[in-house]
Design a protein around this ligand. Structure first.
Ligand SMILES: NC(=O)c1ccc[n+]([C@@H]2O[C@H](COP(=O)([O-])OP(=O)(O)OC[C@H]3O[C@@H](n4cnc5c(N)ncnc54)[C@H](OP(=O)(O)O)[C@@H]3O)[C@@H](O)[C@H]2O)c1
Length: 339
């Protein structure tokens, strides 16, 4: 009998996730019913935000029950179809989880991959949710405008690196990134076109280092890390500065009562600062246009995307756990089937 595999949550995570929190499961290959198609996954992603569903309690997303497949994004090829719009051979990206195959109905976050101008894996990376988060976080949540001075945290990750490059492309006066190694900082300035990059692990007084690197204050803080980072930047925010709360990766493994707080709140009043959270799916109507523009930028080399590739579905837990130790340098994608 034909089979598929998936990675399920074996026990709730307590603190940083470890590979033992997950298990590989083998199942019979499901057949699509009318109006459905079966997608053979080629690439799956691992995403830090997935951690929010793994502790057993509800956060902004409902808790994932034990034994259920873990969330992630996938791109693959239709291999059996009862859906008129998705014939066999169609390439599709979607939110389908850590599996080798899935049954899809053509609804939800899902799209056809257009012509092969860029690698297929890009459709779950810079042309997937990370790229869209950067695009809409900057444009809509941070209300970016040309001439802004922009600071990005976790800047070498797929969201941060794309946000910084989009800001430069859209006319930022200065873009500075914060990352956790000298190698990441070098890539940001030498490859991705950031004006400066700071290694937060070695700078000492981070607020002073940001002040010196920015040169023009901080009009936009695009934050992927959490309160500890925001608190260090607040004293440097410009008048009418905007903070996009994209993610809080430093806090995902920490109990709410133990998380860093924000103490430098006076600038909210004195500098009329706006701090706003982002859920990228609020902007789904604009996804096709944003993806079209970013695909053109990527194909022409105006947008750089770093990727780390893993092989085989069993590698997904290890690839995921490394995100919280700063091990990833760019988007982590896992090959689970042939192209
Ligand atoms: N709002 C939305 O709709 C939305 C959608 C998608 C993603 N997101 C969020 O966007 C953020 C970035 O996502 P991504 O996919 O690009 O992942 P990412 O930035 O590559 O996340 C992993 C990186 O985070 C950094 N990190 C991990 N623990 C840290 C800590 N304790 N302190 C400081 N940095 C730490 C590490 O980089 P360093 O080596 O630089 O420390 C690590 O390599 C995440 O928070 C994610 O949840 C939001």
């Amino acid at each position: 009998m034909a089979e598929m595999q998936q990675i399920v949550l074996a026990r709730h995570c307590d603190g940083p996730p470890v590979p033992e929190d997950f298990a590989v499961e083998t199942l019979p290959l499901p057949e699509p019913k009318e109006g459905q198609f079966r997608l053979r996954h080629v690439w799956n992603s691992v995403d830090p935000g997935t951690r929010s569903r793994l502790s057993g309690g509800d956060s902004y997303a409902a808790a994932l029950p034990l034994g259920k497949p873990v969330d992630g994004f996938s791109v693959g090829v239709v291999e059996a179809s009862e859906h008129p719009d998705y014939p066999v051979g169609t390439k599709v990206f979607c939110a389908a989880g850590w599996r080798t195959h899935s049954i899809q109905s053509g609804r939800g976050f899902l799209g056809k991959v257009p012509e092969a101008l860029v690698p297929l894996s890009a459709w779950i990376g810079v042309l997937g949710v990370p790229g869209l988060t950067a695009w809409f976080g900057l444009k809509e949540t941070a209300r970016f405008k040309a001439g802004d001075c922009v600071l990005v945290t976790s800047a070498a990750g797929p969201v941060g690196a794309t946000a910084g490059q989009l800001a430069k492309a859209w006319g930022a006066a200065r873009v500075v990134g914060i990352a956790g190694s000298d190698e990441k900082c070098r890539w940001l300035t030498e490859e991705a076109g950031f004006d400066a990059a700071l290694n937060y692990k070695t700078t000492g007084d981070l607020t002073a280092a940001i002040h010196e690197a920015m040169q023009c204050g901080v009009d936009v803080l695009f934050d992927n890390v959490g309160n500890a980072m925001v608190d260090r930047v607040l004293p440097l925010m410009s008048m009418h500065g905007r903070i996009c709360v994209s993610g809080q990766v430093a806090d995902y493994n920490v109990a709410p009562e133990a998380r860093a707080g924000i103490r430098h709140t006076a600038p909210f009043i004195t500098h009329r600062i706006n701090m706003q959270g982002l859920v990228v799916f609020d902007f789904m109507k604009g996804f096709p246009e944003a993806l079209g523009e970013m695909a053109a930028m990527l194909a022409s080399g105006r947008l750089k995307a770093k990727e780390e590739r893993f092989d085989g579905i069993a590698a997904m837990p290890e690839a995921f756990c490394g995100l919280f130790k700063g091990e990833n340098f760019g988007r982590r994608v896992v090959k689970v089937g042939e192209e």
